[in-house]
Design a protein around this ligand. Structure first.
Ligand SMILES: [Zn+2]
Length: 380
């Protein structure tokens, strides 16, 4: 029997735990797995042997473990044995990648939307899937992320960027492509990537904050992502940051949306320098020392510091991962961010471990691919 004709692990349970350890942490020795799962070496051997015989796990060489005696054999998965497609639907385009079993991006494509009508978007998705599927031996499942509220049944309950209400995207994509599909909020997808394969790997508690067209927040507690019926509304967007800041469309003065969103930063910098600039131009001007742009960017940085301090104070994460297409602010406003943090954190509190991702658009797609990988691996 090969990996192609069996489910991830046939009996789930302890076998699944072993396979997951290898998927997420491999190459890894049997003794490391046994220690992580608090399992005896005998039980581990009994569980891993059928997984190796079935082709799910492979032995990939040896590593000396520093103790006397034989070096230990390492187990791994064959990452290229399975391929997944991950997509992000924005208000203007669909971004797509095809990945391996560990969500490493093999190929990417994108296509502009000419209409936000669901049937037009499905046609764009089907076309991208066909193009990407032709680049790999086979596709196991599709994952889709978007900014909005998504029900467990794969129905997009509301997606303001797309002006969608109650659209059964999962069923439509499955009909159009023939591949099993999973859809969820894009922040959930982003956070799941970080939990399994990214900067949150191995941490019990961490938070994710994304900067861009919106402000996104995700939190993992005891290695489980926290979700609720409100995941997808963007609750953190109205968190108060600056009592003297601009006003958001909902009427809050100085909330995160009004201070930190890309659109707000573009508006605020354009207003003070008297001409229209893009987000990157606004950051370039601040970096070059243009005083008015510098002041707005530092106010945004101070606001971000205030928000990071609040996250650290309230959810006590081991790390906060910053991502999203607007993440360059973290570099340009680093001093103001630190001041904002210091102003809202007890002097005895430990330094916040901040990690910024590249901000590359494929990060969202990689997250969506992890939704598909989890559907396959965990049989969700
Ligand atoms: Zn607001």
């Amino acid at each position: 029997m090969t990996i192609e004709d069996q489910s991830w692990t046939r009996d789930g349970g302890a076998s699944l735990s072993v396979a997951l350890q290898v998927l997420i942490n491999g190459p890894i020795s049997r003794s490391d797995i046994a220690r992580r799962l608090d399992m005896s070496p005998g039980s581990l051997t009994r569980l891993s042997t059928p997984l190796i015989d079935g082709g799910l796990l492979v032995e990939v060489g040896e590593r000396a473990d520093g103790r006397a005696g034989r070096p230990s054999t390492l187990l791994d998965v064959v990452a290229r044995s399975r391929n997944f497609i991950g997509m992000k639907i924005t208000s203007t385009e669909v971004l797509a990648v095809v990945t391996d079993l560990r969500a490493s991006v093999l190929h990417q494509r994108s296509a502009k939307l000419t209409s936000r009508d669901p049937s037009a978007v499905i046609a764009v998705i089907a076309d991208l899937v066909q193009t990407l599927a032709a680049r790999v031996p086979s596709v196991t499942a599709i994952g889709i992320g978007l900014g909005g509220l998504v029900g467990a049944d794969g129905i997009v309950e509301s997606a303001p960027f797309l002006e969608w209400t109650d659209v059964s995207i999962r069923a439509l994509v499955e009909d159009a492509t023939g591949f099993p599909t999973v859809i969820d909020n894009d922040l959930v997808a982003f956070t799941e990537y970080e939990r399994w394969f990214g900067a949150g790997k191995g941490l019990q508690n961490f938070a994710v904050l994304t900067l861009g067209a919106g402000i996104g927040y995700g939190v993992v507690i005891h290695n489980e992502i926290v979700t609720s019926v409100d995941s997808g509304i963007g609750l953190v967007g109205h968190w108060p940051l600056d009592p003297f800041g601009p006003v958001c469309p909902a009427g809050h003065r100085g909330c995160a949306k009004s201070v930190l969103e890309q659109g707000a930063i573009v508006r605020n910098v354009s207003a003070v320098i008297g001409r229209e600039v893009t987000y990157d131009q606004a950051l370039d001007l601040a970096e070059a020392g243009e005083p008015a742009a510098r002041r707005i960017i530092d106010e945004a940085g101070a606001g971000l510091g205030t928000l990071l301090a609040a996250i650290a104070n309230l959810t006590m994460p081991q790390r906060i991962i910053l991502g999203g297409e607007g993440v360059r602010l973290v570099d340009v406003a680093s001093a103001a961010i630190q001041e904002g943090i210091n102003g809202h954190r007890d002097a005895r509190a430990s330094a916040i471990d901040l990690v910024a991702t590249s901000g590359d658009n494929t990060e969202w797609c990689r997250g969506a691919a992890v939704l598909a990988i989890q559907k396959y691996v965990l049989d969700k």
